[in-house]
Design a binder for this molecule. Sequence first.
Ligand code: HEC
Length: 129
Amino acid sequence: MSNLYMKNASRLVVLVLLGWQLSSCYYDKADIVYPSAGTCDTTAATFSAKVLPLMNTNCNVCHGGTASAGAGIKLDTYTGVRAQLTAGRLLGSLQHQSGFSAMPKGGTKLSDCNIAIIKAWVNAGALNN
Ligand code: HEC
């Protein structure tokens, strides 16, 4: 093998490795570079449009209406959800923090996006909107 060939071959290896590094970096940071691409939309996180439907889907089989499996906690009205928030129990249980009963009980934690939507509503003042 000629010296020249070895030189070119090692350059190629460096280039390929560099390209791979850059492309993995590109994909890791794609959501930061392009915020609109498949990320979580926390705008318009109102109680009626976002929070209550999440409660109805994930929580109110136990905490809604006449359900008796929710230890008397009601999450099918603004007043009910607001009461858990004010008591400081809503976000900790949703986020499965220690010291809280993980919700939905016996089920899968809500997605990061759905939790972010609920937090956005809280941060905007937890309005009855
Ligand atoms: C399978 C029934 C069930 C589902 C579904 C459920 N819960 Fe609960 N939840 C309970 C029970 C029972 C308790 C009483 C505490 C306990 O037994 O863990 C409770 C307690 C809570 C508490 C008080 C927790 C604490 O640590 O003080 C909150 C807040 C709560 N639930 C919110 C939710 C939310 C929000 C959802 C949906 C994301 C949900 N729950 C889904 C049954 C349920």
